[in-house]
Design a protein around this ligand. Structure first.
Ligand SMILES: [Zn+2]
Length: 101
């Protein structure tokens, strides 16, 4: 998926990061309204991830390490049945809301 994004990967925190505004992953990101997406230890992002986005995606990497290959079907199932806001994996990856940054 990363290679299909047409980007050149970088290694960051033990993960491969592709920043790309083209290719298959970009198409999926755009169609689904995501800014970044994680496949195992590969993170594809439309733009250079902010620190907060990076922490969020690393949390998905940790989830993937626990759940394994079931991560993607489970993620898509929750996405289809609960949407984004009530998605258990997204809630788990979300940072506690802060009044000030
Ligand atoms: Zn997420």
């Amino acid at each position: 998926m990363g290679l299909l994004s047409g980007g050149v990967p970088r290694v960051r925190d033990g993960c491969f990061l592709y920043v790309s505004d083209r290719g298959l992953a970009h198409l999926i990101l755009t169609l689904r309204g995501f800014g970044a997406i994680t496949f195992g230890h590969v993170i594809v992002s439309n733009v250079e991830p902010t620190a907060a986005v990076w922490r969020h995606e690393l949390r998905h990497v940790a989830q993937y390490e626990r759940i394994g290959l079931a991560f993607l079907p489970l993620y898509l199932w929750f996405r289809a049945t609960r949407g984004y806001r009530d998605h258990p994996l997204e809630r788990d990856a979300a940072e506690a809301p802060r009044l000030l940054r």
